[in-house]
Design a protein. Structure first.
Length: 209
């Protein structure tokens, strides 16, 4: 069994934190200001989780969240004069929530386990080439330099990291990002990412024609 950890969760409707990516956040609610204060004094860890649809009526309480989230470490943090925080989370790992722990804090705490990447056993270069081509096409449609994302595909980058960074930086759909976050098998993640990118390219082409 993988080791478990207790960590505070920060539930939001459409935010996904992937490993090896950065997420800027502005923290203003009292319960989450308390969460950041405690995290800074402890281990600087926070888990971003996505709220399930229909959360609105229970938002102030304990609405349901998806079972897989992104564990992050506070990489930088500024406490504002208002008591709010501007911070940047560095994605550290996928985690699966095992249970919610009773807590006397304003924020919620869960017990979770890390999810490690399942490394491909076959050659993923063809699917990486397809993803790179889709990114270049997408950038061209948007009028951006087509090589803007080429550094993500550097030879020393693990395929799982490439998938996570492209998903985080390019895909707008919260549902597909959550699906990719929940996919530990890197070859499956790359395949799903390629399909999502092709669909995004087609959608942009249709909207501009």
């Amino acid at each position: 069994m993988p080791p478990t950890l207790a960590v505070a969760i920060f539930p939001l409707p459409d935010v996904t934190l992937f490993p090896r990516t950065l997420l800027p956040l502005h923290i203003f609610e009292a319960r989450y200001r308390a969460m950041v204060t405690d995290a800074l004094a402890r281990d600087r860890k926070i888990c971003m989780v996505r709220l399930r649809p229909g959360y609105e009526e229970q938002y102030a309480g304990k609405p349901e969240v998806y079972p897989v989230g992104g564990l992050g470490e506070i990489a930088s943090c500024e406490r504002l004069a208002t008591g709010r925080y501007d911070l940047v989370l560095r994605g550290e790992a996928r985690v699966r929530i095992l249970q919610e722990r009773p807590s006397d804090t304003l924020y919620r705490v869960v017990v979770a386990e890390r999810i490690e990447d399942v490394v491909p056993v076959t050659d993923v270069k063809p699917i990486l080439d397809r993803i790179r081509a889709a990114c270049r096409t997408l950038l061209g449609i948007l009028g951006r330099p087509v090589d803007f994302l080429d550094s993500v595909f550097a030879d020393n980058q693990p395929p799982g990291a490439i998938a996570d960074r492209i998903a985080s930086g390019v895909l707008p759909g919260a549902d597909v990002r959550q699906e990719l976050l929940e996919t530990a098998e890197v070859d499956l993640r790359l395949g799903r990412l390629a399909v999502a990118l092709d669909a995004l390219v087609d959608e942009l082409r249709r909207s501009r024609s």
